[in-house]
Design a protein around this ligand. Structure first.
Ligand code: DOR
Ligand code: ZN
Length: 337
């Protein structure tokens, strides 16, 4: 097979930033994807429906024809009424839970889930999806264990209290997350990034530290990467595409305290497709990229198709001020359009 045509896909987790960076990166996501769930961790974060409306307009101006699906950044002070009204008005598609301090621009996140139970109960009632950054922030928990501990201490209890809450476990990185999502009811799903399908922690740390392989949650041991590859290519409707493309300038990545985030938008489909091909699962790529996410969110599948062809694609060392995922590598497939 030398060409692959699939229904036009969506990206169920992306950071499009704002200002000049938005102008620079949004066209890459819009080129490959019809819609995307847009993360709200701007400075200041997108915490109100009014702020989300304005941000949505800026995104559409930067990428005409593209459909951004907005999320509300939950804080301890989140207002259930504004959230529910924004959802009813079609401004918010979902809300994002950042445990305070878990990652980039999460300082205003939730300090204790008990503080936002009224919000979560309302979301359960109205069927609004909660997108979860699944890591605890306790200083005594090792960074490589923070996802598994979050499942035990936070997500498990939450779903026992609110069993009808619709949850997307974002950027799953562990076999524990895969097992949790598989065992949960059909109200729980997960996104998987390209980098966590390609990289384990050795790829980031052996032979020198590679800041462009650093994101949060951080890549884990090989057994976890293999579990993610099995999940993504399994055909299960619980797992779908979410790039977590998160651009930072080269200078802020290659620094004494480098930022977390991998800019994978320009070659996202080529990157995922390399994994599906290696796993002998090209026939399952369309479900992962174009069907499972929309069905979980209760949205229509896209019209139209995109085609990839088996033509070597050289990934440049830098795109604008940002180093892309796979920089300097050659990928086997090329996005045609
Ligand atoms: O690596 C990451 N970068 N993980 C996140 O959760 C946030 C993101 C960002 O915004 O840069
Ligand atoms: Zn993210």
């Amino acid at each position: 097979m030398d060409t692959l045509t699939i229904r036009r896909p969506d990206d169920w987790h992306v950071h499009l930033r704002d200002g000049a960076m938005l102008q620079a990166v949004a066209p890459f996501t819009a080129r490959q994807f019809a819609r995307a769930i847009v993360m709200p961790n701007l400075v200041p974060p997108v915490t109100t429906a009014a702020a989300a409306r304005a941000y949505r307009e800026r995104i559409i101006a930067a990428a005409p024809g593209f459909t951004p699906l907005m999320t509300c950044y939950l804080t301890d002070a989140a207002d259930p009424d504004d959230l529910a009204q924004g959802f009813a008005d079609g401004v918010f598609t979902a809300a994002k839970l950042y445990p305070a301090g878990a990652t980039t621009n999460s300082a205003n996140g939730v300090t204790d889930l008990s503080r936002i139970y009224p919000v979560l109960e309302r979301m359960q009632d109205i069927g609004m999806v909660l997108c979860v950054h699944g890591e605890v922030t306790d200083p005594d928990v090792d960074v490589f264990d923070r996802e598994a501990v979050f499942i035990d201490r936070v997500l498990g209890p939450l779903l026992r209290d609110l069993p009808g809450l619709r949850v997307v476990f974002e950027h799953a990185t562990t076999e524990q997350a895969v097992a949790f999502v598989e065992a949960a009811g059909d109200t729980v799903a997960a996104t998987i990034t390209p980098q966590h399908l390609h990289l384990n922690r050795n790829a980031m740390l052996v032979g020198g530290i590679r800041p462009h392989a650093y994101c949060l949650p951080v890549a884990k041991r090989e057994q976890h990467r293999l579990a993610l590859r099995r999940a993504a290519t399994s055909g299960s409707p619980k797992f779908f595409l979410g790039t977590d493309s998160a651009p930072h300038t080269r200078e802020t990545k290659e620094a004494a305290c480098g930022c977390a985030g991998i800019f994978n938008a320009p070659y996202a489909l080529e990157s995922y497709l390399a994994v599906f091909e290696a796993e002998g699962a090209l026939d399952r790529f369309e479900g992962f990229a174009s069907e499972h996410g929309a069905r979980f969110y209760g949205l229509p599948l896209n019209d139209g198709t995109v085609t990839l062809e088996r033509v070597p694609t050289d990934v440049p060392a830098q795109i604008g001020a940002v180093v892309p995922f796979h920089a300097g590598e050659t990928l086997a497939w090329r996005f045609v359009g």
